[in-house]
Design a protein around this ligand. Structure first.
Ligand SMILES: Cc1cc2nc3c(=O)[nH]c(=O)nc-3n(C[C@H](O)[C@H](O)[C@H](O)COP(=O)(O)OP(=O)(O)OC[C@H]3O[C@@H](n4cnc5c(N)ncnc54)[C@H](O)[C@@H]3O)c2cc1C
Length: 419
């Protein structure tokens, strides 16, 4: 590291993706500085989650792929996450609420223990914070970045208290409304999905059978994601994507009426919905940065792209961004290249932008296909689901891809080969 620099790499944003990037860069031998605007206390994170877990589940959960699990294992976060609470799911059942199409996926058919894990976001952050604690990575919290300058040595961030922080590479992982992406002047393509997602935890009459359920309703997808309640498995996290008007009407219902309407929309697959925790409505917007890089600057995670949650891929893509960027700059360092050069950073952009755009296009296609209530598209959808269900090799290929066990993966996300 040049003496004048504060770090090789500054990561902005200590969410799931930023924490992962900081840990991966540290493991790759870089001197890392992590900046977060919130009052995050990594040493407290596990105890805080343990206390909060007594009260219930975090309404924000993510379906994590096997590739994401591998990244967390490689960075030392997974054991803490497991100890706190993760919910493996073994099956997935997807059906068309407006027809007869149905597709089922099963871990057993793939000789895998599970298809993935549903994990509360606060558990993931706590696992990563615990790993961070062991590394000595410097973390500055409650900071506000005012401006950013580019120069021959890299970039300098100027904080509102006048402090200046310089690194060879600045990584923006500060979420969908990324301030630093705006400071860098990276243009975005974005539009509304015309959906709001209602998220909460519900209790059902019957066990979820460690299955992730998704019904495509006339207004949008409704997912029941199984939660490990340590007992009868009657808790699920729901994500109900629907029109803003419908979402507002659902939010206005009292708990008992909401449970009834939800149970009906879900065709009572798990019996009655018996209780609900507090509900939150989140507007869904698709965003994609036209470029992920500038000299000495890269953008990853939600700061680079947000997609519809219907396939539960958002943070999984962000974690792969973090792992891929680390791999590219590590290789560049070994070759004696400047890690902030556009030539180097383009290697990251080439891989991740095309992978993320493929997933974005797939989500858009699903949303359009299932948004059609009748006509040829409805027929095509129904027939397609029947054909897909009866084609195990195609189905298994796609599900292995979605689980992060196939496709273009950075080394950190690959399972170690068993000898
Ligand atoms: C309803 C819903 C369901 C979802 N389900 C899934 C799922 O099942 N699976 C999945 O993979 N994904 C899912 N996602 C997507 C997933 O939640 C996001 O992709 C993920 O949270 C993004 O993480 P991140 O670290 O990139 O950003 P964030 O979580 O937004 O973290 C950004 C961090 O940066 C900090 N920050 C912000 N601004 C600044 C600043 N100026 N300076 C310093 N720090 C700053 C913030 O405080 C925060 O800590 C879902 C999303 C929604 C809305």
């Amino acid at each position: 590291m040049t003496a004048a620099l504060d770090a090789d790499v500054i990561v902005v944003g200590a969410g799931m993706v930023g924490l992962t990037a900081a840990l991966a860069m540290h493991q790759a031998g870089f001197n890392v500085l992590l900046l977060e605007q919130r009052a995050l206390q990594p040493e407290q994170a596990v105890a805080d989650v343990e206390a909060a877990s007594q009260q219930g589940f975090d309404p924000r959960v993510s379906a994590l792929t096997c590739a994401s699990q591998q990244i967390f294992s490689a960075l030392g976060a997974w054991p803490t996450m497991q100890a706190l609470r993760v919910s493996p799911y073994t099956d997935m059942d997807v059906w068309d609420g407006q027809g007869t199409g149905q597709v089922q996926f099963s871990a057993a058919a793939l000789h895998e223990p599970c298809l993935g894990h549903i994990v509360e976001n606060r558990v993931t952050v706590a696992g990563l914070c615990q790993a961070l604690e062991l590394t000595g990575i410097r973390l500055l919290t409650e900071i506000t970045i005012s401006t950013m300058r580019q120069h021959a040595a890299g970039r300098t961030l100027v904080l509102d208290d006048g402090r200046e922080l310089t690194a060879q590479l600045v990584v923006a992982a500060d979420g969908a409304h990324s301030h630093i992406r705006q400071l860098a002047g990276l243009p975005m393509c974005e539009w509304d999905y015309g959906h709001h997602a209602i998220v909460t935890t519900v209790e059902t009459e019957r066990s979820h059978q460690t299955t992730a359920w998704q019904r495509f309703t006339e207004d949008g997808p409704l997912a029941f994601l199984p939660l490990n309640d340590g007992g009868v498995n009657q808790h699920s996290s729901i994500v109900w994507s629907t029109s803003p008007q419908h979402a507002n009407a659902l939010m206005a219902l009292d708990d008992s009426a909401f449970c009834q309407v939800l149970g009906k929309a879900f065709e009572h697959r798990l019996g009655q919905v018996e209780a609900t925790a507090e509900r939150y409505a989140v507007p869904l917007r698709q965003r994609h940065a036209q470029y992920y890089i500038k000299p000495a600057f890269a953008v990853i995670g939600d700061a680079a792209h947000t997609i519809h949650p219907l396939a539960g891929q958002g943070v999984n893509l962000g974690l792969l961004d973090a792992a891929q960027l680390t791999e590219v700059v590590q290789q560049a360092k070994q070759r004696g290249e400047d890690i902030g050069s556009v030539t180097v950073l383009r290697r990251f952009q080439r891989v991740r932008q095309s992978e993320n755009l493929k997933m974005t296009a797939a989500m858009e296609g699903f949303k359009q296909l299932f948004g059609q209530q009748n006509g040829w598209l409805g027929l095509l959808r129904n027939t397609g689901m029947h054909v897909f269900q009866r084609a195990p090799s195609v189905k298994n290929h796609l599900v292995l891809q979605a689980m992060g066990l196939r496709g273009a993966l950075p080394e950190l996300a690959k399972r170690p080969v068993k000898l």
